[in-house]
Design a protein around this ligand. Structure first.
Ligand code: BGP
Length: 458
């Protein structure tokens, strides 16, 4: 069967500044953490060892061209542009981003820009990071500077990439700096991130720029083990905490009442100011980026909560391992292509069918060298993964979902936070020693699909 996509469908990929560019003047939390705890990073490889986009941006954009991308998302590094977060703008960074943006446009690749992809300037973290409202204001200033500098040529902006991840990693589950475990502080970080988002949207609207502004959320559909009310409730609470804590404010302009009530009941609500709700209402977006990697399966708890243990989302559910689930064993994530369809249908039916696109989807695989044939990684598994997800995406579109494109994570193997180079995600293989770039089989498949705006599958 032939799967054809609407005209002007966005085909592309996503990446981020910190994971590709390489070292810079302004320190981030990642540089700071890596200097102190290199053992936290796979094989002790830190954020200085990237795919050198800062040096190779021009030839990398040629590779995007070869992949037939018509669009590409990356991020601006706040710490590169404003090394201390709040002071002077670094003119070299302005030149760099201008060159990248202009080259992308010249090559017919529409730039999509994220303003924050997990990379907090250390100077901002030192004053409390997202726990401090001054950092919210510093971010709003940074966003406004970006719009002024680049807003004439960047027409698709995203305030944050996966804003729940720094909340989970930094304040609940110990996989990002500052490695705090404290739900109330996590809730404050999440709340202030929403305020920062809304302030950036406000600044964008005030500037009357020609483009649009949105956010990228990692939506993980919450599937209950069964229809038993206890399981359904568990899935509902997981959905409130991990999806709707950002989805509702950015699409509906307010928090779900039952999420607020739940946090209130457990005395975990962040400090709110009376003027916040009007600001949040102003933060409604034009375009939603959806990152989808895996579903969340939950069941009701089997055991009582230990009252001595810190308050956690898991007070309300247990993770559920569905028998027969298909796994990506390298990343430990379930592969479930229908999830992409369920997300789109939920957006269509419950959120007014917003303009959206898949902004990340992908499969990280370890030791891909073993699949090299005639000098090329033959990653048939990745082609399977993509085409399966695309068939479900196609079904969503044919049923009226407003999904405008599909971006993969990512175009070239890159540095993945604490996993460093353990799992490779790229269409292009990166040799870490020589920095040589070689197209994988999946890159050829994707280029062909983008060129024809369609693919064939049985
Ligand atoms: C997303 C992030 C990316 C990227 C990707 C792959 O959550 O937006 O930055 O890293 O996941 O995940 P990981 O690198 O953790 O394997």
């Amino acid at each position: 069967m032939k799967y054809a996509f609407p005209d002007n469908f966005w085909w592309g990929s996503a990446s981020s500044a910190l994971q590709t560019e390489g070292a810079r003047e302004g320190e981030t939390t990642w540089d700071y953490w890596f200097a102190r705890e290199p053992n936290r990073f796979h094989n002790g490889v830190g954020p200085q060892q990237t795919s050198t986009f800062y040096q190779h941006w021009k030839t990398d954009i040629q590779l995007l061209k070869q992949l037939n991308h018509n669009s590409f998302r990356t991020s601006i590094s706040w710490a590169r542009l404003i090394p201390d977060g709040i002071g002077e703008v670094n003119p070299e960074a302005v030149d760099f981003y201008n060159q990248v943006i202009d080259e992308l446009n010249e090559q017919g690749i529409t730039p999509f820009m994220t303003l924050f992809h997990f990379d907090m300037p250390m100077a901002m973290q030192e004053i409390g990071g997202w726990e401090n409202r001054d950092v919210v204001d510093a971010y709003a200033r940074y966003a406004q500077i970006c719009f002024e500098l680049f807003g004439d040529r960047v027409l698709h902006w995203f305030t944050f990439n996966e804003p729940i991840v720094p909340v989970e990693g930094g304040y609940l589950y110990d996989f990002h700096y500052p490695n705090v475990v404290d739900f109330r502080r996590a809730a404050t970080v999440a709340y202030h991130t929403v305020l920062a988002h809304a302030k950036a949207v406000q600044a964008y609207r005030a500037g009357h720029y020609a483009g649009e502004i949105g956010i990228v959320l990692n939506l993980t559909p919450s599937y209950p083990r069964s229809q038993n009310p206890a399981d359904v409730k568990a899935a509902h609470i997981a959905d409130l905490m991990f999806n709707r804590s950002f989805l509702d404010p950015v699409l509906r302009g307010e928090y779900p009442a039952d999420l607020v009530a739940l946090l209130k009941a457990y005395d975990q609500l962040p400090a709110c100011k009376p003027e916040d709700s009007a600001l949040i209402a102003e933060g409604k977006i034009d375009l939603l980026g959806v990152n989808y990697y895996q579903p969340r399966r939950v069941k009701c708890r089997d055991s009582a909560v230990n009252p001595q243990a810190p308050f956690m989302p898991e007070w309300f559910f247990d993770n559920y391992e569905m028998p027969g689930r298909k796994m990506n064993p390298y990343r430990g994530w379930e592969i479930y292509a229908p999830g992409i369809y369920d997300i789109l249908v939920n957006l269509r039916d419950n959120y007014g069918n917003p303009r959206c696109f898949i902004s990340e989807n992908g499969m990280g695989v370890e030791n891909e060298q073993r699949f090299i044939e005639n000098g090329q990684v033959n990653d048939q598994y990745r082609i399977e993964f993509i085409s399966e997800h695309l068939t479900w995406l196609h079904k969503g579109i044919s049923e009226g979902c407003n999904c405008l494109g599909y971006h993969m994570w990512t175009f070239i193997d890159n540095w993945s936070w604490c996993n460093a180079y353990k799992n490779r995600y790229g269409f292009i293989q990166l040799d870490l020693e020589t920095q040589q770039r070689t197209m994988k089989k999946s890159g050829e498949w994707f280029a062909d699909t983008a060129l024809h705006n369609s693919f064939d599958k049985e």
